[in-house]
Write a protein that binds this ligand. Structure first.
Ligand code: RB5
Length: 148
């Protein structure tokens, strides 16, 4: 599986730690984020990772800003992106199972490096359940995108 990772200036350190963790686990990871602490706005980082997923450069994405909130809003502005902002592993697992989320977001000011690793592990190792009710609801999300 090919994974993309993006971050704003507030999350360089956590991005590097997650990147190393995933590489040690054998994932191919593409870094779309900034590597400096110079201002790099979260809408740009969220848009870059979202486009990489929609263009099929990577299968799933990880997006980190200060809180995880701003970058998740940016990702969810893209048609076909379902980004979940969370601070624990259960939501990361369930958003893959139920929402077929393609981006997981969290905050460098909110989660520790250990918790970030647990979140990405849960997200990347869980397949979409592909159940009828979940497909129906995801279809409804797509219809909302189309209508609005
Ligand atoms: C950047 O200072 C900060 O606003 C951003 O990382 C994020 O927390 C926004 O949601």
């Amino acid at each position: 599986m090919k994974v993309g990772i993006a971050n704003d200036h507030s999350a360089v350190e956590l991005k590097n730690s997650v990147l190393k963790h995933l590489q040690e686990k054998g994932y191919e990871v593409v870094n779309y984020g900034t590597d400096t602490t110079e201002a790099f706005d979260y809408p740009l980082a969220g848009s870059t990772i979202s486009k990489a997923i929609l263009n099929k450069e990577v299968d799933l994405g990880i997006a980190i800003c200060g809180t995880g909130v701003g970058i998740s809003i940016a990702c969810n502005k893209h048609k076909g992106i379902r980004a979940c902002c969370c601070s624990e592993a259960t939501s990361a697992r369930l958003t893959r199972e139920h929402n077929n989320s393609n981006v997981i977001c969290f905050g460098a000011r909110i989660v520790s490096t250990e918790l970030a690793n647990d979140i990405v592990d849960a997200f990347l190792s869980t397949p979409f359940s592909n159940g009828e009710r979940h497909n129906r609801r995801i279809q409804q999300l797509a219809e909302i995108e189309d209508r609005n």
